[in-house]
Design a protein around this ligand. Structure first.
Ligand SMILES: [Zn+2]
Length: 287
């Protein structure tokens, strides 16, 4: 019975990923690329504040799909707060809820329930563009655990993208979505950089593939997925260098997406302490 449910869960997950991969063929490379930066940020900044082994663990980024604003960027702080619930996604969602409440406040005519079911991080629509331009996207370094997957669904976050799959605690989003949230048009899947639109983005795609391969080796050494970023320091630092080299020419977006994506880049650069202008020297120093 247990085996059956695991197989079923795996099949559902693959179906879901495949369906979304096809449906989102037009996804913009820069948005996907941004999700990689969550981990790069952790490599650059999180080491002085260890949360797991060295602190290079889970980050969560929430972006307003409407205008590209970074609503929250948080990392796991279960050690800092000595609390099992301080996962990156939980912290980021709380911060984003506060920001959205200030930015697009609920009107008295709308109930609290209707507000978060239809307006907070969600807006109906099942076309490709709807997942990019409506509601919000949460990016995570690692596939969300059952607690966070459920919270993301409770909040009706329009789109969820994770950098690396969690073979230990992942997969719950698909099961819960199918059981409790069937009527909502939500998307969920691993970062897909197959349509990288510039040489720099192609480098990021290759780096992502390298990380995925490295993770397989790390898993073979019996490291649980929650700690895999502690074993990817070199790749994360390489990624951060690529992030620093980014210029507007590398944006693969066009037309009306450009304004929102530029906003996201500007916000991320500011939050991650990356100069607006790329450094003239290729030398990037890490702490
Ligand atoms: Zn979690």
């Amino acid at each position: 019975m247990l085996q059956l449910s695991i197989v079923k869960s795996g099949v559902l997950r693959r179906m879901c990923t495949l369906r979304r991969s096809r449906g989102h063929a037009a996804l913009l490379g820069d948005y996907k690329w941004i999700s990689l930066q969550i981990s790069l940020y952790s490599a650059q900044n999180a080491m002085p504040q260890p949360t797991h082994f060295q602190g290079l663990n889970i980050h969560a980024l929430i972006i307003d799909n409407v205008d590209g604003e970074v609503l929250a960027l948080e990392h796991n702080q279960i050690h800092a707060h000595q609390s099992p619930v301080e996962h990156a996604e939980q912290r980021a969602l709380r911060m984003a809820i506060a920001r959205i409440a200030a930015k697009r406040a609920r009107t008295p005519a709308t109930t609290v329930e209707d507000y978060y079911r239809t307006q907070m991080f969600y807006d109906d629509g099942a076309e490709d563009a709807d997942f990019l331009q409506r509601g919000a996207t949460i990016y995570t370094s690692l596939e969300p655990c059952p607690m966070c997957a459920t919270t993301i669904l409770v909040c009706r976050v329009k789109r969820t993208v994770f950098l690396l799959q969690d073979t230990t605690f992942g997969g719950e989003w698909v099961s819960a979505k199918n059981q409790y949230y069937k009527k909502y048009n939500l998307s969920y899947g691993q970062l897909n950089l197959s349509d990288a639109g510039s040489p720099l983005l192609a480098q990021v795609r290759d780096l992502h593939q390298t990380m995925s391969r490295r993770v397989e080796g790390v898993r073979n050494d019996k490291v649980i997925d929650t700690l895999i970023f502690d074993h990817l320091i070199e790749e994360l630092q390489t990624g951060f260098k690529l992030f620093c080299q980014l210029t507007p020419d590398n944006l693969t977006t066009r037309g009306d997406h450009n304004t929102a994506n530029t906003r996201t880049f500007d916000d991320l650069r500011r939050i991650c302490n990356v100069p607006i202008r790329p450094p003239t020297s290729p030398e990037i120093h890490f702490r």
